[in-house]
Design a protein around this ligand. Structure first.
Ligand SMILES: NC(=O)c1ccc[n+]([C@@H]2O[C@H](COP(=O)([O-])OP(=O)(O)OC[C@H]3O[C@@H](n4cnc5c(N)ncnc54)[C@H](OP(=O)(O)O)[C@@H]3O)[C@@H](O)[C@H]2O)c1
Length: 272
């Protein structure tokens, strides 16, 4: 008989997080989904308040789960933001804000969950990376940086906690049709005519938006997440999403870096 697991899914108000929470709920697990505004996002599973960028909010959410369930079997670190704009046009404040959610948010939630998981001698942590964490994308440099960093964190952590019975796995989705296009933030300077990148940025952004709108359904990513939570997928990393993008990531190792970058430049129309 399958045992119901207690699972925390951050950012379950939309997109990949919502699809993952729904699938885990349908498979009989006890799901705690989160939003910074849970009342606006009612669901068949429990929605609780969580801002991953806030220490006390993370502590309160974890305390609620442990008080109600006395255990936490899995955490899906899915909450994330996308920031578009040239690297040069990104202020340190904007960069820090992005990392506060995409990297330090996952770190906060992980650190809050690990003491209970170590005590249980069991647990699963699923970090949602991105194709942009495998390939540096133009005009999403800070986003790429945050997801590359999450890859490194996941690999290191996996080695450290395996001895306590805790599994860490990163899922790197390619383009997925979610609210990401509407929720994408832009650096303030990227909208200014004075920006040195004012000509090229809109072209690249249009390519991103077209790719994301035509992305794979979130349910494919959700299925992989649910399989990891249930212990049926145990690898360090899974790349999921459109076939062409998965081939691109896998093929990268065999293509000279200069040629690979040239191809990206053509694809994203970096030169008119
Ligand atoms: N869609 C894609 O093509 C794609 C591709 C690769 C990777 N990803 C990654 O997949 C994850 C989910 O993205 P998505 O496409 O599903 O985006 P989405 O539809 O925009 O959903 C983002 C989620 O993150 C939550 N969130 C944002 N900031 C938060 C914070 N400070 N604290 C807590 N929750 C926060 C939002 O919840 P509230 O606003 O309700 O708090 C929302 O539920 C992200 O990590 C993203 O980088 C997406």
């Amino acid at each position: 008989m399958k045992v119901a697991k207690v699972v925390l899914v951050t950012g379950a108000s939309s997109g990949i997080g919502r699809a993952a929470a729904a699938m885990l709920h349908d498979r009989g697990h006890i799901v705690y989904g989160t939003s910074r505004d849970p009342e606006r996002h009612p669901a068949a599973w429990r929605m609780i308040r969580l801002d991953v960028a806030d220490d006390s909010s993370v502590a309160a959410a974890m305390a609620t789960i442990l008080a109600e369930q006395s255990r936490i079997d899995a955490v899906v670190n899915n909450a994330g933001l996308v920031l578009a704009g040239a690297v040069e046009d990104t202020t340190l404040a904007e960069a820090r804000q992005l990392f506060e959610t995409n990297l330090f948010g996952a770190l906060r939630v992980t650190r809050a969950a690990l003491p209970a998981m170590r005590a249980q001698r069991a647990g699963v942590i699923v970090n949602i990376g991105s194709l942009a964490g495998r390939v540096g994308l133009p005009f999403q440099g800070l986003y790429s940086a945050s997801k590359f960093a999450l890859e490194g964190l996941s690999e290191s952590l996996r080695l450290e906690v395996a001895g306590f019975g805790v599994q860490v796995t990163l899922v790197a989705p390619g383009d997925t049709a979610t609210s990401v296009v509407d929720n994408r933030q832009r650096t303030e300077a990227s909208g200014l005519e004075a920006s040195a990148y004012a000509g090229v940025f809109p072209r690249v952004l249009a390519t991103f938006e077209a790719e994301e709108r035509a992305g794979s359904p979130a349910v494919g990513v959700a299925r992989r997440i649910a399989d990891i939570v249930e212990g049926r997928a145990t690898a360090p990393r899974y790349v999921v999403g459109p076939l062409a993008q998965r081939i691109l990531v896998a093929g990268r190792a065999f293509i000279p870096a200069r040629l690979f970058q040239w191809g990206l430049g053509i694809y994203y129309r970096l030169r008119p």
